[in-house]
Design a protein around this ligand. Structure first.
Ligand code: AMP
Length: 593
């Protein structure tokens, strides 16, 4: 087991020493912390309907828990979640009241999954946040001498039939007093005022945050968003709006597009006078065709980008490198709506080397070896302290809010240890085929969407005989591209009209899950879906190519998503027509009942 040198020997700030000591304490004996966490969860929840059902009779030890309580997925818990959502306040999953549901980007039957949460979970999330800067300060000095430009947003929320709020975890956090009334900390000063972050109109919010970032451009030491896709949207917003922003700066007056009273009021205290020099600088830099390195041109003191570029976000690394002139990218934490998990103890490492150390106090963690065939032999689950370097596991968690042995759906690989705590590389999310932002589309959803769309020309006798897909992130926002090979009734290939093909694109979007449609409609973070029709015989060529590279002819399956350059080139060279969705699909914050 590789043991890193203790963290705290490299810092002097009292607050940082305390945080780093805490990390050391947690990582030195993860097994005993885990035992304690499970004991606490089981004793406080011993009277819940869920634990009683499995005859735990108050036992709080790991062995009994593992023998009696099954490993579950969201679908297994749906009846309980439904009852809580409908207003049943009895202790079903948790003895502490469920205060709200966090809407995960993972979906079930096309809708976001609802994750129960309790009041004190906010403290746990904040605890994890409080560890990030002490770790960062070990690698990047002087971060108290300036500000962070972070593009942070709240998203729309709804209420369950029983009256509980249902909203994304970050929306819940930004709206909490933990965030709004955070005490001043020189290491956590943002250019964005709370009013701009909390503005529910994402365009006004972005405009105000960008304007503040520009006005304070010399103070900015780090620049970020939660995910890489969010930071790229901010760059694209600047591309589309720099003239208006420069006008505001040169006149010292706020654009009339900001109508939110709280944002207007706050901005009037930030944009107080014209700054002709800054406006001219912006016009000069932004009017150039080449935006390579634009981030460092506008924010010259930026030391690193703070964005997640692991997992599905890795596809954005080259674009971010282009705009930032190769600034380091720090992936600081790994978290979800179910629970926050862990932090990166070497945040300045290369994206390909990022490993997260799971903090054993956040929840009780188990690991399902990934070679596992899904047959469900729960005795195979491994403890946090017992995972082996090089092996892949699926994360299974038991939370204070009442999820018991819940499969998160993330596949992780053990890369090493910090003290006795394992560190994990995020490998992938199970069953995700396409993702642009927080959307996650699986094979079954794509199949259904293709089926629904192809009905639009079924009468004409045309069929989709093969298809595959591609997440095109070269444009901002990115969009889904679906390649179709069509066959006409009498072997001819009379294509359906452009009008019908456009309708097919829209029908596919209507068939995709609510996270996709929300990203299209409310967040505008995904562009119109595109269908590229390819010549007949293209998919056979694709098979020939795979076989030439060693695939078995008997076992060959058409890949339902492609990204490998030679395959993309082959497909694109056979395209006969392209079609885009002509309008937005339907979406509303309310869940389908
Ligand atoms: P949600 O439930 O919508 O909050 O999404 C949580 C999921 O996002 C996790 O289960 C992961 O699949 C993904 N995720 C979160 N943090 C990271 C990270 N640092 N790297 C890669 N994927 C992440």
């Amino acid at each position: 087991m590789a043991v890193d040198s203790p963290l705290q020997s490299r810092t002097t700030s009292e607050k940082d020493v305390k945080a780093l000591n805490f990390i050391e304490e947690m990582t030195r004996s993860p097994d005993s912390v885990q035992e304690k966490v499970l004991g606490e969860i089981l004793s406080r929840n011993s009277g819940t309907e869920y634990l009683k059902r499995f005859g735990l009779n108050g036992s709080t030890d790991r062995k009994t828990f593992k023998t009696k309580v099954p490993v579950v997925t969201y679908e297994d818990l749906k009846p309980e979640i439904q009852r809580i959502s409908n207003g049943d306040r009895s202790p079903i999953l948790s003895s502490h009241p469920i205060t709200e549901f966090l809407t995960s980007s993972g979906t079930s039957a096309g809708e976001r999954k609802l994750m129960p949460t309790i009041d004190e979970d906010l403290d746990r999330r904040q605890l994890l946040y409080s560890l990030l800067m002490p770790v960062m300060n070990l690698y990047v000095p002087g971060l108290d001498k300036g500000k962070g430009l972070y593009f942070l947003f709240v998203k729309s929320e709804s209420k369950t039939p029983g009256g509980l709020p249902a909203r994304p975890v970050l929306t819940s956090y930004y709206k909490s007093d933990h965030f709004k009334r955070r005490p001043y900390d020189p290491y956590n000063v943002y250019t964005s005022p709370n009013e701009a972050i909390l503005c529910s109109d994402s365009s006004q919010s972005m405009y105000a945050q960008m304007l503040c970032g520009l006005l304070m451009r010399h103070d900015v030491l780090r620049l970020g968003a939660v995910f890489a896709s969010g930071l790229l949207r901010a760059i694209s917003f600047l591309q589309n709006n720099w003239k208006e922003l420069a006008r505001d700066i040169s006149t010292g007056t706020l654009s009339s597009r900001i109508s939110d009273p709280a944002v207007k009021n706050r901005m009037s205290k930030i944009l107080t006078k014209p700054d002709q020099e800054l406006a001219e600088f912006l016009v000069e830099v932004c009017s150039q065709d080449n935006w390579e390195g634009i981030i460092t041109k506008i924010w010259p003191n930026t030391k690193y980008l703070d964005v997640i570029v692991t997992g599905a976000m890795a596809q954005y690394i080259p674009t971010l490198e282009y705009y930032s002139g190769g600034l380091p990218m720090a992936c600081t934490m790994y978290a979800s709506s179910e629970s926050y998990f862990g932090i990166n103890l070497k945040p300045m490492c290369k994206p390909s080397e990022v490993s997260y150390t799971i903090m054993p106090n956040m929840a009780y963690f188990e690991f399902l070896p990934h070679e596992h065939d899904g047959a469900g032999d729960e005795t195979e689950l491994v403890e946090l302290a017992d995972v082996e370097v090089g092996k892949e596991y699926e994360l299974v968690i038991t939370t204070y809010a009442g999820l018991c042995r819940y499969q998160v759906g993330d596949v992780l690989r053990v890369t090493g240890f910090h003290n006795s705590a394992p560190q994990f590389k995020f490998v992938r999310r199970k069953n995700v085929l396409l993702s642009i932002e927080s959307d996650k589309t699986d094979e079954a959803e794509l199949q259904k969407a293709v089926e629904n769309a192809s009905r639009l020309f079924a009468e004409q006798g045309t069929r989709v005989i093969e298809y595959t897909s591609y997440a095109d992130t070269k444009t901002i926002p990115g969009h889904y591209v679906i390649y179709w090979e069509l066959l006409g009734r009498d072997q001819t290939n009379a294509l359906p009209s452009d009008d019908i093909m456009g309708k097919c694109c829209l029908e596919m979007e209507e068939s995709l899950n609510s996270v996709y449609r929300q990203s299209r409609v409310a967040d505008k973070s995904i562009g119109p879906l595109e269908i590229r029709v390819v010549q007949n015989g293209t998919f056979e060529e694709l098979m020939d190519y795979a076989i030439s590279r060693g695939a078995s002819i008997n076992q060959y399956k058409v890949p339902r998503c492609v990204s490998f350059t030679p395959i993309m080139e082959l497909l694109d060279s056979r395209v006969v027509s392209t079609h885009f969705s002509p309008s937005l699909p339907h979406w509303s914050p309310e869940r389908r009942r």
